[in-house]
Design a protein around this ligand. Sequence first.
Ligand code: SF4
Length: 421
Amino acid sequence: MNSSRGAVAYGDAYGDAYGDAYGDAYGAPALVGGASGGSLSARLAEAGVERRSFLKFCAGVVATLALPPQFAPQVANALERVDRPVVVWLEFQDCAGDSEAFLRSRNPSVADLLLGMISLDYHETLMAAAGTAAEKARDDAVARGGHIVVVEGSVPTGIPGSCTIGGRSARDILTSCVRGAAGIINVGTCSAFGGIPAAGPNPTGAVRVSDVVGGVPIVNLTGCPVNADNLTATIVHFLTFGGFPALDGFDRPLFAYGERIHDTCARRGHFDAGQFAEQWGDAGHRKGWCLYRMGCKGPSTFHNCPSVRYNEATSWPIAAGHGCVGCSEPGFWDTMSPFYDRLPHVATRDFNLTADRIGLGVLAATATGFAAHGVGKVVQHRVAAAREARDGDDADKADKAEDVSDAAPVPEAGEEGGQAI
Ligand code: SF4
């Protein structure tokens, strides 16, 4: 809980995380100041973590960061020398699901992580202190500066007094805690994009963190909940290279959000072959066929769920037989519901080939199919409306999103090029 600050520096490496900067970072001094109490290796040793386990952890993080395996010992060397950064974890309009995910970090366990990698000076749910003592721990950490602010949940701005903690509003707490911070990590879709609290009619006036504060590097680790491995990898990257990883147009790390779920999904072969589950529990569903027609939003969602998975990498929704609900995308939940209505007009890797064409060989264009296609267009229109709204205040980001998405405008069934599958 104590800290001595070192210099916080963001060199040229920041924003060019996959360039030459990696090679230089290992020989550089620790860029992030942190709590006193010894190096990470000493901390882990105190916690009973064997070096073999530590190196295994480093190899896992390097894999999550999509770096070559040769980087593992170099990351280990860098981590062993770095001081622990102070972390202030704020919770606003949330379900604590991201804290739950954090608690289920694997190898090292959350206890090792807390003791070794970071100094978690404030976390309403996890810290032992309460009341004035807890507030003081937070304020002391902020006063020293150079800390990382982790935010879970959206910020209510429409109801005075909501989310008030210790007599202070969420907006006030967030604004004061960000002052002097080295960076903000938004965990979960609510703090990153507004999430479920911001879904229509948004009675609390919920907004994303970046609508309230700025001037500090922000990384969005979206998902409902955040994937703890992506959080760990982001922190390790920050400690090793002195900054956040390369980001996409929505401030999400490319290592975690650079690929579409649909393109790395284990069921993709069935999609390409036109093999779809049509009902829960039918033969196709039992055989593990594609869930596109059951409403899977994987074709419009970017996340590394297929490779990292959840719950200590045991499974994830599509592996468990349920379609992706698109929880890591802007506008979730409004733009991704109804969850069981399918997305229309999904292209494959061959951008000239669509699901409509693929499906023709195995399915008839029945009246039911046309009806379903009409429902699918509602989803498409919602996505388009959300993009239009986003274009208004953030045209660059919306353009990037369009660049990476291959979803195309959908002709109505019966129009030229239109099909119902
Ligand atoms: S539609 Fe969903 S289940 Fe089917 S391949 Fe794409 S991501 Fe996987």
